[in-house]
Design a protein around this ligand. Structure first.
Ligand SMILES: Cc1cc2nc3c(=O)[nH]c(=O)nc-3n(C[C@H](O)[C@H](O)[C@H](O)COP(=O)(O)OP(=O)(O)OC[C@H]3O[C@@H](n4cnc5c(N)ncnc54)[C@H](O)[C@@H]3O)c2cc1C
Length: 413
């Protein structure tokens, strides 16, 4: 049996390990911390094929520039001397045009749709217990101008991607979702989106990997590859050497720290986001929703309720900052009758692995014969995990890939 080491026990490493186990590999997942303890822990849990448009879009530069000057906006760049960040921002700016947006959108749509349908199948048995619900996603607008303006985006999504949302005006909206306050302008509903509880998803992956004969080693940091020429024969870790016939590197926002080992540069920046988890409020929304003007997201789950938001380019900053958490609360307060549960169960921050062109990197590492990279999933790691894991396994085993892997290749930068 061929031995596979997966470095990184986030949602991407877990999905890769799951599909490889199913394909007959002897899999060991290593993580420097806890399995599922990185960005895959406290995110909003949306599986959202609606999110085909990347952040790099026409008109995105001005808000980004404004964010440089504003003290406390949901999008924030902590000013500092960091050549990698400035190069990232420059390349992001160069992608803020219609052509690149549509090219990225088409690639994202393929992998988002494939992932969504794989989740649909897996949730019937394999991944049961994740609080999976198919209620769609509401994009809610406070002001009429912003609601009307979104009609242009809706038109673009319909024309270019065949993605149609159902519009609700303010009155219809409170009938659909009575947890929302009256007086809002309206919302657009993407009915095909779904959601789940991210930590329960990680528990379900773990169960499946271990049941398939795989092992998960926590507190085991990857240090370097053991090589024979261009072939990797094992990995040296903080707990000793593990032998391998192939390695998948799924280290999320930490990937740039491994550039030397990988022999290539993957332009990932940590995009810090926060969430607050509470018991469900008495008047709890039924449908997950994003308050577009405030960039605050709400996830109502069977067992709890989560507010999530903010994107901060602050390097590998671990601090939980009160003013950023307050942005989440203030945003929710504007829209919901009961924006908070009776107490806070968890306050959390995670680093999204952000790539400037909005597409993950999935595929073989050019300098090494048997190492594969699966990272850079940005704001969509949960949404893209199943198709990513399947694709990595197909590429490793020489099977025909279920989606075109070319847009995601590692050597595109
Ligand atoms: C507030 C917020 C809300 C979000 N909401 C959504 C959402 O609704 N839907 C969605 O699709 N996405 C969402 N995301 C994004 C999503 O969470 C990420 O894209 C996803 O979790 C990335 O998964 P990953 O496996 O690549 O990284 P991670 O989960 O961060 O996993 C990487 C792992 O690698 C390990 N590691 C790193 N270096 C080493 C090493 N040297 N040795 C061993 N282990 C190592 C780390 O310890 C970590 O556990 C959200 C993110 C945030 C912050």
């Amino acid at each position: 049996m061929s031995r596979l080491i997966v470095v990184g026990g986030g949602v991407i490493g877990a999905a890769s390990a799951y599909y490889a186990t199913r394909a007959g590999w002897q899999v060991t997942v290593i993580d420097q911390g806890k399995f599922g303890g990185g960005c895959s822990h406290g995110n909003c849990g949306y599986v959202c094929p609606s999110h085909v448009l990347p952040l790099a879009a026409p008109g995105a530069i001005w808000p980004a520039m404004k964010a440089l000057l504003q003290k406390n906006s949901a999008f924030k760049i902590r000013m500092r001397f960091d050549p990698a960040l400035w190069s990232w921002l420059m390349r992001f700016a160069m992608h803020c045009n219609r052509r690149d947006m549509l090219v990225t959108g088409r690639a994202l749509q393929t992998i988002l749709d494939a992932s969504r349908s794989l989740y649909g199948e897996l949730m019937k048995s394999e991944l049961a217990g994740c609080e999976w619900e198919e209620r769609g996603l509401l994009f809610v607008f406070q002001t009429q101008a912003a609601f009307d303006h979104y009609a242009h985006t809706d038109e673009l999504l319909r024309r270019e991607f065949g993605l149609a949302a159902v519009p609700y005006d303010g009155k219809q909206l409170v009938e659909l979702e009575p947890a929302l306050k009256t007086g809002l302008a309206g919302a657009w509903h993407y009915e095909a989106d779904a959601h789940l509880r991210p930590d329960r998803l990680m528990t379900a992956w773990r169960r499946k990997i271990e049941a398939g004969g795989g092992a998960i080693k926590e507190q085991t940091q990857f240090l370097e590859f053991v090589r024979s020429g261009c072939r990797v024969t094992g990995v040296r870790t903080s707990q000793g050497v593990l032998e391998a016939d192939a390695v998948v590197v799924a280290t999320g926002a930490w990937t740039p720290l491994l550039h030397e080992q990988l022999g290539c540069c993957v332009p990932i920046q940590p995009g810090k986001g926060y969430s607050i988890t509470m018991p469900r409020p008495r008047i709890c929304p039924k449908i997950p929703m994003i308050f577009e003007e405030h960039r605050v997201a709400i996830t109502p789950l069977e067992s709890c309720y989560r507010i999530g938001s903010t994107m901060e380019f602050a390097g590998y900053d671990v601090e939980l900052r009160g003013e950023r958490l307050a942005l989440l609360k203030n945003g929710a307060d504007i829209y919901l009758h009961e924006p908070f549960g009776e107490r806070v169960l968890e306050q959390w921050a995670g680093w999204r692995p952000m790539i400037f062109d909005g597409k993950p990197v999935i595929g073989p590492v050019p300098a090494l014969d048997n190492v594969y990279l699966a990272a850079g999933h940005g704001m969509l790691g949960v949404s893209l995990a199943t198709s990513t894991g399947k694709l990595v396994t197909e590429l490793m085993t020489g099977q025909t890939p279920h989606i075109d892997p070319r847009p995601f290749r590692v050597d595109r930068f």
